[in-house]
Design a protein around this ligand. Sequence first.
Ligand code: ATP
Length: 237
Amino acid sequence: MSPQVLKVDQVNVFYGTSQALFNLSFDVHKGETLALLGRNGAGKSTTMKSVAGVIAAKSGHITLHNQAITGRPAHLIARAGIGYVPEDRQIFPDLTVEENLDIAIKRGANGEDDWSIERVYEMLPLLKPLRERLGGQLSGGEQQMLTVGRSLMGNPDVLLLDEPSEGLAPIMVQKIGDLIQSLREMGKTIVLAEQNLHFCLGLADRAVVIDKGTDVFVGTITELNDNADIKQRYLSV
Ligand code: ATP
C-alpha cells in the first residue's frame, strides 16, 4: 500500500457534555479515495471538522505526514495541507466567482502541481463563464464546484469533501462524481464523507463505516458492497 498521509488515532470529540466521537481511528494513504460512510448523525461531519481543526478533539491524535496537527487552529491545518470542503459550502456571497478563487489560501510551491485560477477553470469548466457572477447568485451545484475549486487553490495534500452530492440535482451529482474521478486519476488523496454508498462505488478505494461516533468497519469499497450485514446494520441499504 502507498505511504500513509493522514492518521486519525483514538479521537474523542464532545459538543459540550455530549460525546460525538468515541475513539475513532482510521488512516488514509497517498493517492487513495477513502469513503467515510454512515447514517445521519453518525459522526461524519464531526470527523471532518476535527481533522480540519474547526472543532477540537478532547483526546486522541491526528497526524498529517507524521506531524501532529491535533489542536492546531484551522488556518494552520489548511496551510499544513488539509483542504476542507464543508457540507454547507462556505463561499463568499458578495464576491464574484473569480474573487472567491483569488482569495483562497495559497500554500507551498509544488511546481507543476500548483493550482492557479486558470487550472481550476480547466478542471471545473462550468465556473469560467460564471467568473464575474456573485457567489450568492450561484446554484447549489455551482457553489459546490466553487468551494472545491477554492480548496484546490490551496494545493492541498488531502482533500476532505463533506457530502458533496447532498441536495444537488442528478446532473450536478454526476458532475461532482466526474470531478472526484478526475482528481483521483491525478493522484490526489481524498476523504469523501457520504451517506450514499452507491455514489462511492467506482469512486472510492476503501471505506470506513462510522456508527454512533465510532468506526465499525474498514475495508475496500468492494468488500463493503459485498457485506450485506454491515450495509443493513449501518447504512440503511
Ligand atoms: P449528517 O449526515 O446528518 O450530517 P453526520 O454523520 O455528519 O450526519 P454529525 O453531524 O457529525 O453526523 O453529528 C454527530 C453527532 O453529533 C450527532 O448526534 C449530532 O446530533 C451531534 N452534533 C453535531 N453537531 C453538533 C453541535 N453543534 N452541537 C451539539 N451536537 C452536535
